[in-house]
Each structure stands twice: as structure tokens, then as C-alpha cells.
Design a protein around this ligand. Structure first.
Ligand SMILES: NC(=O)c1ccc[n+]([C@@H]2O[C@H](COP(=O)([O-])OP(=O)(O)OC[C@H]3O[C@@H](n4cnc5c(N)ncnc54)[C@H](O)[C@@H]3O)[C@@H](O)[C@H]2O)c1
Ligand SMILES: O=C(O)C[C@H](O)C(=O)O
Length: 320
């Protein structure tokens, strides 16, 4: 059986990490595409030269021409610019929307049947625009944010409870902004919901609230530390988990920005919700019940995403 083909559009910090992880996990052969000449070729060659040491088989190709992505099974998009300290993700909208137009046209021409994972920020608006520009079926395109935001929450929880991250589950839904929705009722340690752990005295409500807030600001925390760009190890690991679920038909239940057509009362937008990813792409959108407070938080987050989509339509009239 031929190996899968994984195309990475954007060969920067996340793109390079994705390429390395895809090889280490033997997910398939990798094409790195970027507008910067030499970067995708250099990163591809460097990683290919690590393969004999780590003992994995994968072919690497760097390219500056979209024809190289032809026939890709999975495409992960990180093309664009990241934020720097003092900026919000939303400040990237103008420049990255133009990038999504070029990327969408490339996908439409060379890989219209791929499963596409968008990472570029502001995430929920960029994945929406990328779907419009590429014409991909809504079940074949998702945005990566919830897996990352949930992983951050899981890390903070595992540190607080001094337990293995493997025994901590978390669901962060909504848009990938500071008003994202970490759902404490649906987050657990060994299956015990977080509010019960507060009742048991294992942590306090104040500490839990602080972890929720730190999760919401998790991206900015890394930006302020790095100063030159944003997080890339955890974002790449998160997108690889999504790609692996598709390529291996794992049917994992992961929080991702998915196209909603009425679910959660939302129509025609991509917002972070739990979905099942299998060989058909988005195979199910899981509609969990919200309390009144959770519903209000989710609606506030959706309103922020709607504002970004409206801004995209203002910038590019073809999207209106
Ligand atoms: N969704 C998330 O959770 C999440 C997490 C982290 C970062 N991000 C976003 O991902 C994006 C990439 O982050 P990064 O750290 O890899 O940035 P980076 O600057 O290291 O890499 C971006 C790459 O995109 C390339 N590029 C720019 N315009 C292009 C175009 N038109 N076509 C092809 N390539 C193009 C650049 O040359 C660069 O190599 C940013 O927008 C960032 O905000 C999102
Ligand atoms: O915060 C950013 O700008 C990058 C990304 O969205 C993140 O959450 O790490």
C-alpha cells in the first residue's frame, strides 16, 4: 500500500515541527510548501537526515509551487503570520485573510479531496474563509484550537493535582479567543468532574478559576515569553493528533472548530465543539448540554467569531 501524502502549507515554526512529528509517527510522506525559497527544502532535508538516527521511513520534499501538494490526503495550513507581544490574534486578520485566499486557490486546484486542518489565526475566521476560498466540503475541513486549549488546561490541572496528564481530561469549546469556554463540568481527573474535586477538598474554587483564566490566556502567555512569535510545539502535536485520527480512522472525539449547520444554535460558522474524526472527516458533531452559565459563555464566544467573520466580509467582498 502506498504511503499517505501529507502536505504542510507554511514551513515556519509549526510547519517544521509538524513535519518532524509526521515522520517520527510514520504518518506518511511529507511535502513542505512555503513562499520563502529554501526554507521548506532546507527543513525537509534536515528532517530526512534525522530519519536514519530515529529509524523512521518517510520521504520529504520542499516546494514553492502548489503543484507539489497534488493528491495530498491531509493538508495542514499554518501559512501566514503569528502575533507578537502586545497584539491580539484578531490583529492578524487582514494579512492572513489574503494568505487564506492564495492557499484556498492552491487546494482547490491541486487537492480538492484532502482533509484540511487550518491552524492560521484568527483561527475560527480563517478556517471559515479557507472553506469559502477552497470550496472544500464542510466535513473535510476543520480548525485546530480546542485540542491545544484543552491540552493546556489538562497540563495546568495535572500540575495542580500532581497526577499524570494521562488521567486528566478536559474540553475547551467555543472560539479560539480569550473568551473561549473551558467546560469544568465536562473536565475530569480519572473520570471525576472538576466541581466534585472541589467539593472533595482536593483543590479550591479559587485555584480552579485561576486555571480556567490561565487557559483562556494560554496563547498570550507563550507569546510574551517567546517575544518573537507564538507557541508551536503543542499546536503541532495537537494538529498531528487530528490528522492521525483521520488517516487511521481512529474516530477520536476531539474539540475542533467545525462547520455548524444548526448544531448549538449556530449556522454557517466554524466554532470549537467536540467532533468525531474518522476516515470520512468530520463524522459526528457531538452536542453536549450546556447549563445556563455555559450557554451564555458559549454565545459570547460565538458572537466574537461572528464579529471576525463580518470583518472578513468587509475586507474581501467576494466573501459576503
Ligand atoms: N490555531 C492555533 O491554536 C494556533 C496556535 C499557534 C499558532 N497559530 C497560528 O499559526 C500561524 C503560523 O504560526 P507559526 O508559528 O508557524 O508562524 P511562522 O511565522 O513561523 O510560519 C509561518 C510561515 O508561513 C509562511 N507564509 C507566509 N505567507 C505565506 C503564503 N502566502 N503561502 C505560504 N506560506 C506563507 C511564512 O513564510 C512562514 O514560513 C500563525 O497565524 C499563528 O498565529 C495558531
Ligand atoms: O496565541 C497565539 O497567538 C497563538 C495560538 O493561537 C496559541 O493559542 O498559542
Amino acid at each position: 500500500m502506498a504511503r499517505h501524502k501529507i502536505a504542510l502549507i507554511g514551513a515556519g515554526q509549526i510547519g517544521g515541527t509538524l513535519a518532524h512529528l509526521a515522520g517520527l509517527k510514520e504518518l506518511g510522506d511529507v511535502v513542505l510548501f512555503d513562499i520563502a525559497e529554501g526554507i521548506p527544502q532546507g527543513k525537509g532535508l534536515d528532517i530526512a537526515e534525522s530519519a536514519p538516527v530515529d529509524g523512521f521511513d518517510a520521504k520529504y520534499k520542499g516546494a514553492n509551487d502548489y503543484s507539489a501538494i497534488e493528491g495530498a490526503d491531509v493538508i495542514i495550513v499554518t501559512a501566514g503570520v503569528p502575533r507578537k507581544p502586545g497584539m491580539s490574534r484578531d490583529d492578524l486578520i487582514g494579512i492572513n485573510l489574503k494568505v487564506m485566499e492564495a492557499v484556498g486557490n492552491g487546494i482547490k486546484q491541486y487537492a480538492p479531496n484532502a482533509f484540511v486542518i487550518c491552524i492560521t489565526n484568527p483561527l475560527d475566521a480563517m478556517v471559515w474563509a479557507l472553506q469559502k476560498f477552497s470550496g472544500l466540503k464542510p466535513e473535510k475541513i476543520v480548525g485546530m484550537a480546542g485540542v491545544l486549549d484543552s491540552a493546556r488546561f489538562r497540563h495546568f490541572l495535572a500540575e495542580e493535582f500532581n497526577v499524570s496528564v494521562k488521567d486528566v481530561t478536559a474540553f475547551v469549546l467555543g472560539g479560539h479567543g480569550d473568551d473561549m469556554v473551558p467546560l469544568v463540568r465536562y473536565s475530569t481527573v480519572a473520570g471525576v468532574p472538576l466541581p466534585d474535586l472541589v467539593k472533595m477538598g482536593w483543590t479550591t474554587q479559587e485555584k480552579l478559576d485561576a486555571m480556567v483564566e490561565r487557559t483562556r490566556k494560554g496563547g498570550g502567555e507563550i507569546v510574551n515569553l517567546l517575544k518573537t512569535g507564538s507557541a508551536f510545539y503543542a499546536p503541532a502535536a495537537s494538529a498531528i493528533a487530528m490528522a492521525e485520527s483521520y488517516l487511521k480512522d481512529q474516530k477520536r472525539v476531539l474539540p475542533c472548530a467545525a462547520y455548524l449547520s444548526g448544531q448549538y444554535g449556530v449556522n454557517g460558522m466554524f466554532v470549537g465543539v467536540p467532533i468525531v474524526i474518522g476516515e470520512n472527516g468530520v463524522e459526528r458533531i457531538v452536542e453536549v448540554e450546556f447549563s445556563a452559565d455555559e450557554k451564555a459563555m458559549f454565545e459570547k464566544s460565538v458572537a466574537s467569531v461572528q464579529g471576525l467573520i463580518d470583518a472578513c466580509k468587509q475586507i474581501n467582498a467576494t466573501l459576503a
